[in-house]
Design a protein around this ligand. Structure first.
Ligand SMILES: Cc1ncc(COP(=O)(O)O)c(C=O)c1O
Length: 414
């Protein structure tokens, strides 16, 4: 590292193909949008952009929810805004945990004062709806907080039945769709998901730093009971809610709602360039069509996993519940997983991920999300991994992986 300012040169990051669990390479159109000129946050042009962003995000989330907007910050900002606004001290919260990010939901729910009841599934598996229903009946939570795709294990929890169960048993369902929105179906209204948050840096082809959230009337009702407006901007005649004040000012949903409503009650200064990014991320997905985008992620997953198997590699976890955008690969016995990652980075400029906790050093995670979910990246990754593994002494049949992946694309007419 250079210590004297005068010796520092302008940042010039090396070109990389980011095939880890996120961030991914942002779509150049998103980077272009981010370089557009600043506008004032109450400039009517900018507030129109805010409204357009809400419209675009509603389509991504397949929802009519009025409250569909951005929380500034990385994906956990959206998680924290929802959980901290929803959970009051002592509220029982059920968290089905099947990977690291389930533990994150427990952590945030606990910090919000929740009486958290985690239930755990072995990493590499997901829950059945019955297991979740039984746990709700046992714990009677006010909130169920659930990850959709947990990038740490590469598993995706099916959601289509969970919302109805929560509704029947009078629990509010929050879902972390950080790594699935745009890459897998997240049918908020059809699946009765009460609140959902995401990030840009996965299947939406953007940089980290903005979190799209959506929530319905059930959530609005709860958080509005806690509505308090900071002094100095309170409108005349404002009557605060009778619930306890939300602990965080930055992540206070009712104040964010006022800011994103026609009222435009001042809160933070919206991150101008991140809003441009989010607008463009959503616009790009919808221009391709959400269904086509989801289909592309699925095809990429099939081609990649077919190629990896042809290389004699074992895939990690229950493949029936694999995320479309991230693939777990068991590091073969005798192969130094970190040496392979370093060689991929240094020789090919390709980043792949390792994992956390019980899976640290046991699996690689290959992300093919958003802009990176493409045939040429699958083929490049397979070819580079095969060559690297052979150098490491692993007997991968030369050429088989790329041939098999190409055959998948041919069958799909590509
Ligand atoms: C499923 C999931 N949830 C939450 C996060 C946290 O996102 P961020 O690092 O953007 O705060 C991640 C990041 O990888 C994730 O994969």
């Amino acid at each position: 590292m250079t210590e004297t300012v005068s010796d520092m040169s302008a940042l010039n990051p090396p070109p990389r193909l980011l095939l880890g669990p996120g961030p991914i390479n942002a779509d150049p159109r998103v980077l272009r949008a981010m370089s557009m000129p600043m506008l004032g946050q109450f400039d009517p042009v900018f507030t129109d952009y805010m409204n357009e962003t809400m419209v675009l995000l509603r389509r991504l989330y397949q929802t009519e929810n009025r409250w569909t907007f951005l929380v500034n910050g990385t994906a956990r900002a959206g998680i924290e805004a929802i959980l901290t606004s929803l959970i009051t001290s002592g509220d029982r919260v059920l968290v089905p945990v099947f990977g690291r990010f389930g533990h994150l939901l427990c952590e945030i729910a606990r910090r919000s004062g929740g009486d958290v009841k985690p239930m755990e599934a072995e990493w590499g598996t997901v829950f059945t709806p019955d297991q979740i229903e039984d746990a709700i009946k046992e714990h009677r939570p006010r909130v169920v907080a659930l990850v959709h795709g947990d990038t740490s294990t590469t598993m995706a929890q099916p959601l289509d039945e969970i919302g109805a169960i929560c509704r029947r048993l009078d629990a509010i369902l929050y879902v972390d769709a950080t790594a699935t929105l745009g890459g897998m179906d997240v049918a908020v209204d059809a699946w009765q998901l009460d609140a959902v948050s995401a990030g840009l840096q996965k299947c939406l082809s953007g940089p980290p730093g903005s979190s799209p959230v959506t929530f319905n009337d059930r959530v609005t009702e709860v958080v509005n009971r806690r509505k308090h407006i900071e002094l100095g901007i309170e409108p005349d005649g404002f009557v605060p809610g009778d619930g306890p004040r939300i602990q965080s000012n930055y992540f206070d949903l009712p104040m964010l709602m006022d800011y994103w409503s026609e009222q435009r009650l001042n809160h933070h200064t919206e991150s101008t360039s991140m809003l441009y990014a989010a607008h463009e991320c959503a616009r790009i997905v919808l221009a391709e069509s959400l269904a086509a985008c989801v289909k592309r992620h699925a095809l990429t997953s099939t081609a990649l996993t077919t190629g990896l198997r042809a290389m004699n590699l074992e895939l990690f976890g229950d493949q029936a519940h694999k995320m479309a955008g991230v693939t777990g690969v068991v590091i073969p016995k005798g192969v130094d997983g970190e040496a392979v990652r370093s060689a991929l980075l240094n020789d090919y400029g390709i980043e792949i991920g390792t994992s956390f906790g019980p899976l640290a050093g046991r699996i690689w995670r290959i992300g093919t999300m958003g802009y990176n979910s493409r045939k040429q990246n699958v083929l490049t990754c397979l070819a580079a991994l095969e060559a690297t593994l052979r150098q490491e002494g692993f007997a991968a049949k030369p050429g088989a992986a790329v041939d098999e992946a190409l055959a998948v694309y041919r069958r799909a007419g590509q």
